[in-house]
Design a protein around this ligand. Sequence first.
Ligand code: FMN
Length: 319
Amino acid sequence: MRILRVGVEMLENSHKLRVTISGLTFRNPTILASGILSSTPGLIRRVVFNGGAGGVTYKTVTLKPRSGYSNPVVAVVKAGVINCMGLPNPGLNGVLEDIIQVRKILPQNVPLIASFASSDPGEAQFIAGRLEDAGVNALELNLSCPHTRRLGLEVSHDIKLTESIVESVKSVTRIPLFVKLGLQDNIVELARRVEGKGADVIVAINTVKAMAIDVYARKPVLSNIYGGLSGPAIHPIAVRVVYELYENVSIPIIGVGGVEDWYDALELILAGAKAVEIGTAIYRKGIGVFREVCRGILEYIESEGFNTVNDLVGLAHKR
Ligand SMILES: Cc1cc2nc3c(=O)[nH]c(=O)nc-3n(C[C@H](O)[C@H](O)[C@H](O)COP(=O)(O)O)c2cc1C
């Protein structure tokens, strides 16, 4: 591939990287994933201004504060990271001021997505309404955390409950509703059903339930025994899921899972994602990963003769 000398300013202003998802314009297709450097205005400022992310997903919030699981909550394994944080957060009232502040500091073309979790339709509706009032650009319903009791995957396994949560949120909010799904056998059916209830975007995937064992202690490493695996090991799974979803739903898809470089991001885009979220790669490569991915995508667009990144979405399906 021809190596272009692409400066930061050019990267941030290139129309070739700009994507529009459900009416929201992102300056580039790399979005900070929920839960990694995404819980304070200071961290988010660094990821956007120093790192170059094109969008931000705030750490998942619940109605009441949650302390999460006790340590150890992270195990670094060969193929990535297993975490069992347990969705710790200060609760809805504890994040609203920060969210208002974050929206004020972000450029207009860097949308702020607020992630939230609930297992109750009325409660989900209430949380969504408050987040919308705080000025976020989109909501991301987290139906996919694999290690938290009565939240995440435990909710999405009940399709009827999932449908009523989506319906309830959609009945009061005007901003786009992203629904984040995780690895489960019926993910395609679930995606179709939430699309039927008005979801605007599917985000896939979350971490994959996993565990690590300390062979000297002869015990599980994590306090919760199980956690969620992220990083390179789950990337081909994310590619497969996005590919299948693209063939089965009409709403836009955002791909997540093990994106570490432009090649990984392009695989998800060619499979059908309009943008990618990036999390674990930040631990491994630093916040520069967003710009590195964008630079690589831009170079690919130029050297392969495309006009914009949008021309690449779903191309792997054309036979
Ligand atoms: C430490 C950690 C905390 C996370 N917290 C959340 C969270 O609060 N909400 C959520 O939807 N996903 C959460 N995730 C999942 C990520 O957003 C992402 O879906 C997953 O890690 C796969 O992407 P990656 O391989 O780029 O990290 C978390 C992941 C990690 C590693």
